[in-house]
Design a protein around this ligand. Structure first.
Ligand code: NAD
Ligand code: MG
Length: 409
């Protein structure tokens, strides 16, 4: 197993799962012997070295070369710089690559694994949002499988019987796929309060414990918007067969409605080790985390409030537009989340900024098919630049609608 984003929330949980699987192998429960052969991180040089030493891994990479300065990396093969993770993937043999770098930064290494025809356990949804059309086409060419780690997509995969392994195109027997969303910490907050929420409030997720970026995305429901687009590419679904529903308990992860009206849902505790393990051990089922007693009482489902959480509507628009619109949406969102965490943008402005970027940078009507990675990178750059210059000027209507309180200059 090669882990991209090894020092993050998914990366560390992957290490835990691999350790538990190794124990099961020693005890004779699992026939498969899992071993970690490579670790990639972004800036946490110390965390990377610690993990490599603990796990006895020799091949590593670090996105920010400076973060290793002065540290002892003796005996390790270290690849440094923005393309370090990509080189690690190309140079180290692995049966499965866990793609868990956060954001657009994960695109290059994920694509490298796809091009090599590896099994990719995919957590890095931003790669599919920005470049799903290209990733899926390249996977078709190389035979790479995209095994979902995102809990909702793992759920869909399990509901459809696991024989349809992504990337795939679900046929007309599947009428509709519904992803659940916890609703985040602001589920019941009035619009105004939600708009002005602080980073500290947004980082307090009620059911899941995750990295900062995805936690903010959950609070704005942008995470669900990104996941709808992710589902579109993994399962070949058009927007009319995709939806989201609020489910505060995070026990049911997705529901698949078949043509005859039967609905199959997948349940499990809100613990990412379950979908991570499923991606690693599929098609086997091995002992894992079970649901707490009593967790199945009072499961609630509500329609999402599109007025308070406009990101969901943007997902439909992006799916209809196609082309580079996903890259623009994702790039603008990443820049907006960064600005929010830095105290430069109000919470409620995050989806407004993303919507503005899509409207300003993408033409109206269906866009040409995405074939060039350079177009994706250019769209990502343009989206970030637009958000940045908006923050500097603070004159765009979306940002200045509430001058003074939207942007803390
Ligand atoms: P995180 O912030 O906890 O960790 C991110 C990891 O990526 C870190 O190891 C970091 O060092 C690494 N990284 C960042 N930039 C890099 C770069 N340029 N090169 C190499 N490595 C780099 O994030 P996370 O919560 O683990 O999320 C990772 C991905 O998984 C995201 O796409 C997220 O949406 C997805 N995901 C996370 C969860 C969750 O529970 N955390 C659930 C579903 C999906
Ligand atoms: Mg998810």
């Amino acid at each position: 197993v090669l882990i991209l984003g090894a020092t993050g929330s998914i990366g560390r949980q992957t290490v835990e799962v691999v350790r538990s699987l190794a124990r099961l192998h020693r005890e004779g429960v699992s026939p498969d012997d899992f071993q970690i052969v490579g670790l990639a991180a972004g800036r946490d040089g110390a965390g990377l070295l610690r993990a490599a030493a603990e796990l006895g891994v020799r091949d590593v990479s670090l996105g920010d070369g400076g973060a290793l300065a002065g540290a002892g990396a003796h005996g390790l093969n270290v690849r440094l710089g923005p393309d370090g993770a990509e080189r690690l993937v190309r140079e180290v043999e692995a049966d499965i690559v866990v793609s868990a770098i956060v954001g657009f930064a994960g695109l290059g290494a994920t694509l490298a694994a796809v091009d090599l025809g590896r099994d990719v356990a995919l957590a890095n949804k931003e790669t599919l949002v920005a470049a799903g059309e290209i990733v899926v086409a390249r996977a078709a060419r190389s035979g790479a499988r995209l095994l979902p780690v995102d809990s909702e997509h793992s759920a869909v995969w399990q509901c459809v019987g696991e024989s349809a392994t992504p990337p795939c195109a679900l046929g007309p027997e599947v009428a509709r796929v519904t992803l659940t969303a916890s609703g985040g910490p602001f589920r019941d907050w009035p619009r105004e309060r939600c708009y002005n929420a602080t980073p500290e409030q947004a980082l307090r997720h009620p059911t899941w414990s995750m990295g900062a970026k995805v936690t903010i995305d959950c609070a704005s429901l942008t995470n669900k918007a990104l996941e709808l687009i992710e589902a579109r590419w993994l399962f070949g679904l058009e927007p009319s067969r995709l939806g989201a529903i609020i489910h505060p308990q995070s026990i049911v992860h997705a529901l698949v409605e078949f043509a005859d009206g039967s609905i199959v849902a997948q349940m499990g505790s809100p613990d990412m080790r379950t979908p991570i393990q499923h991606a690693l051990t599929w098609p086997r089922r091995l002992p894992g985390v079970s649901l707490k007693a009593g967790a199945l009482t009072n499961l609630e489902f509500h329609e999402p409030d599109l007025d308070r959480f406009p990101a969901l509507a943007l997902a439909s628009e992006v799916m209809s537009l196609g082309g580079v619109s996903g890259a623009v949406f994702n790039g603008a969102n990443e820049a907006a989340v960064g600005a929010f965490l830095a105290g430069r943008l109000l919470f409620g402005a995050i989806p407004e900024v993303a919507t503005d970027a899509v409207h300003a940078l993408v033409g109206s009507g269906r866009q040409p098919a995405l074939t060039s990675l350079e177009d994706v990178r250019a769209a990502d750059r343009a989206a970030r630049e637009r958000v940045q210059s908006g923050l500097e000027r603070a004159t765009r209507p979306a940002v200045t609608r509430r001058v003074g309180d939207t942007i803390h200059q």
